[in-house]
Design a protein around this ligand. Sequence first.
Ligand SMILES: NC(=O)c1ccc[n+]([C@@H]2O[C@H](COP(=O)([O-])OP(=O)(O)OC[C@H]3O[C@@H](n4cnc5c(N)ncnc54)[C@H](OP(=O)(O)O)[C@@H]3O)[C@@H](O)[C@H]2O)c1
Length: 312
Amino acid sequence: MGAGGPRLSADPSTDPNVLLGPTAAAACEALWPLLLQAAHWRRHRRGTPPRLTAAHDPRLGMHQHDGLWQLHGAWPTAAHELAGPLLPLVADVPAGTSRVVGQLGQSLDGQVATEAGDSGALNGPEALTHLHRLRALCDAVLVGTGTAVADNPRLTTRRVSGPHPTRVVLDVRLRVPGEAGVFTDGQAPTLLVCDARDRARAAERVGDEQVLAVADLVDPAGDVVWPVLLAALRERGLTTVLVEGGGVTVSRCLAQGVLDRLHLMVTPVLIGQGKPGVQLPPVQRMAECLRPRARAYRLGGDVLWDLDLRDH
Ligand SMILES: NC(=O)c1ccc[n+]([C@@H]2O[C@H](COP(=O)([O-])OP(=O)(O)OC[C@H]3O[C@@H](n4cnc5c(N)ncnc54)[C@H](OP(=O)(O)O)[C@@H]3O)[C@@H](O)[C@H]2O)c1
């Protein structure tokens, strides 16, 4: 564990600052547009980073220092709790690199869905809002084949203000139906990612403009080579990527060392045998385990673990 170990944020049921009274609620409402502006600035980067000011109180704001954004002024605790896991997602990204954030909503026993693939009511509303905030701050949201088939997700930001990210479906075996909502609803730009040799078949399914066919995407063992995928997304201007699931896709991304952060939203339910979340190759000793720097935040009845995978 990093310096100081994990810290659980204040309990919203007892801490008066976290009970979203009118002041704290207004502060969170005022902070969210600043986070969106910081994400917008990162995407377009013209001139020096602006000093951002809250609409309801000019003494509160956000500014950048050494590529990282920080709050200034006497923001209430609730605003710091909102910003804590989101500020790293709007920081500068060095040229020629990507930022990759994974997320999984999971049960206490580490499952992301039931055996039948139902994950619908797993997390509470606050966790879902957090997920939509992650989408709004990233350039692209990516899901694996299993998720696209099981959930037919929309992958939009309908719970918050902010732009929809480009939706990316990683479907190297072309198993996702062309009629899936993401390819047909016109809500946001969408890409089916496959190997270059499957371009024609993919275009037949979803139309040429929705295909990102990548040379050497898949290695001889059939595994996606994440650095190759990320370089192809960067060529489309997609530098920050939210890997939204499922467990297999996030795990393979983690195993290849390309995840910068992982947001695990743990909900107090026990699923038993279901669809597992993080799965890594076995190790023999605790000392060999991945033990990233971690911080916990309450999201209603769920707990968000924000893991910094570049600091362990
Ligand atoms: N709770 C949550 O936050 C959450 C989020 C998302 C999804 N889910 C749930 O998770 C379940 C689906 O998860 P899942 O883990 O089974 O599926 P998944 O990760 O969505 O998709 C797995 C499939 O994607 C392809 N794939 C992913 N990474 C690959 C790689 N590196 N190389 C080659 N192929 C790769 C493979 O497809 P092929 O088999 O075609 O080779 C693999 O079987 C659903 O029930 C969904 O409801 C929950």
